[in-house]
Design a protein around this ligand. Structure first.
Ligand SMILES: [Ca+2]
Length: 339
C-alpha cells in the first residue's frame, strides 16, 4: 500500500462543485444552511455609479459552515456514504476542499490532508475508507478492488456467463462477511447480489453510481413527503450475471448485467414481501406499481441534474408482486405503463 501526500491545493477541486451536495450541507445543520445563503452576492453585485464595492470586515472562519466536498479520481462523492470501484494495483486519487483525517480499514492513511493517493492491493476485496473533517463530519466509502474478468465464464465456481457487449473489466468479489458494506446512505452491497447459487461464496457483482443516485433520490423524496416509512427499498432483483440473465429469459442487453438496474418496491407494512399499498385503495395491485412509476417519472423529470435512465412498471405474477424497474442507462427509457 503506497501513500502519497501533497499539500493544500484547492485548484484540484475545480469542477468538483462546492454548492452541489445537499446531503453534506444537511450534516452541518443550521450552520450549513446559513452557508447556502448567497452572502457573497452582495459583494459581487454591480456597484452603483461605478463606485467601489464595500466588503464587510472578515469574521472568524467556521469550517462547519462550509459544505464538505470530496472527490475520488475526479468524481465528486455525492453522498456522505458511497462506494468506489478500482482495479487491483490501480491508484485512487482523493481530493477534498477541507483538510481531512483519512482512514483505510481503521488505519490512519493521512492527517490534515486535502489530497491523498491510495494504491489498491493486487487481490480483490472490500475496503473501508473513512474521511473526517475538523467539524467531525465524515464521508465513508466502500472501496471494492475488483476481480479481473478477462475471458473467464466462471469465477471461483460462480457462473458468470458471457457478456453480449461491453464486458466489464472486473467484478466486485463479495464474501459473506462483506454483505453489509454500504454503497450509499440507504443501500448495502448485499441487497444487489444475484439470486443464482444462493449458498455459494464468494459472489461476484456490480453496482452503478447512476442507478444508486436514482434510487436514493426516489427514496429521499418519498420519505420527505411521508409516502413511505421504509428505510430502504426492497431490491427484488439487482445485479444479474449474464448466465442468470439468459436463464430467466431477460432482455439480451439488460442493464441488470452491469449492476445498473434494480427491481424495487417499498415494503414496510407487514414486511410481507410485496410492495406497500401506495395508492391507498386497500389492495396491492398493478396500480401501486404505476403509482411508484409515475412518482419516479415526475421526480426525475423535474431535476435536470438527475442522471437519465429507465423506468418500467410490472404486474404481479405467480412468484412476485408488482414492482418497478429503475436503471441508470444514460438516456430515458419507459415501459410497462398502460394508459
Ligand atoms: Ca393499492
Amino acid at each position: 500500500m503506497k501513500v502519497l501526500m501533497t499539500g493544500v491545493a484547492a485548484a484540484a477541486l475545480a469542477g468538483a462543485g462546492l454548492t452541489f451536495l445537499p446531503h453534506f450541507q444537511m450534516l452541518g445543520g443550521a450552520a450549513a444552511e446559513a452557508a447556502n445563503e448567497p452572502a457573497s452576492d452582495r459583494a459581487l453585485a454591480e456597484p452603483p455609479d461605478g463606485g467601489e464595492v464595500a466588503i464587510a470586515a472578515s469574521e472568524p472562519v467556521d469550517l462547519s459552515a462550509t459544505p464538505l466536498t470530496v472527490s475520488l479520481d475526479g468524481e465528486t462523492v455525492p453522498h456522505p456514504v458511497w462506494h468506489h470501484l478500482v482495479m487491483p494495483g490501480e491508484t485512487i486519487a482523493l481530493a477534498s476542499n477541507l483538510p481531512l483525517s483519512i482512514e483505510m480499514n481503521g488505519e490512519m492513511l493521512a492527517q490534515d490532508a486535502d489530497m491523498a493517493d491510495w494504491t489498491a492491493p493486487d487481490t480483490p476485496g472490500t475496503h473501508r475508507l473513512v474521511m473526517t473533517d475538523a467539524a467531525g463530519r465524515t464521508v465513508e466509502v466502500s472501496v471494492f478492488v475488483l476481480a479481473p474478468l478477462g475471458e473467464e465464464e466462471i469465477l471461483e465456481g460462480y457462473r458468470i456467463g458471457t457478456y453480449p457487449a461491453d464486458a466489464p473489466e472486473g467484478l466486485i468479489r463479495l464474501t459473506e462477511a462483506d454483505m453489509d458494506a454500504p454503497v450509499s446512505p440507504n443501500f448495502t452491497i448485499g441487497q444487489f447480489i444475484c439470486k443464482q447459487q444462493p449458498g455459494h461464496w464468494p459472489k461476484f457483482l456490480l453496482v452503478s453510481p447512476t442507478m444508486l443516485t436514482r434510487l436514493e433520490a426516489l427514496l429521499a423524496s418519498m420519505q420527505a413527503e411521508g409516502l413511505t416509512e421504509a428505510s430502504s427499498f426492497f431490491v427484488m432483483s439487482g445485479y444479474r450475471t449474464p448466465f442468470y440473465n439468459t436463464a430467466i429469459g431477460s432482455a439480451r442487453f439488460s442493464r441488470h448485467m452491469y449492476g445498473d438496474a434494480a427491481d424495487i418496491y417499498p415494503d414496510v407494512v407487514g414486511g410481507d414481501g410485496v410492495m406497500d399499498d401506495l395508492d391507498g385503495d386497500g389492495r396491492i395491485t398493478r396500480a401501486d406499481a404505476e403509482y411508484l412509476y409515475d412518482y419516479a417519472e415526475s421526480l426525475y423529470t423535474a431535476d435536470p441534474a438527475m442522471p437519465e435512465g429507465g423506468i418500467g412498471a410490472y404486474s404481479a405474477n405467480a412468484v412476485h408482486g408488482p414492482f418497478v424497474h429503475i436503471d441508470g442507462r444514460g438516456h430515458a427509457a419507459r415501459w410497462g405503463r398502460n394508459g
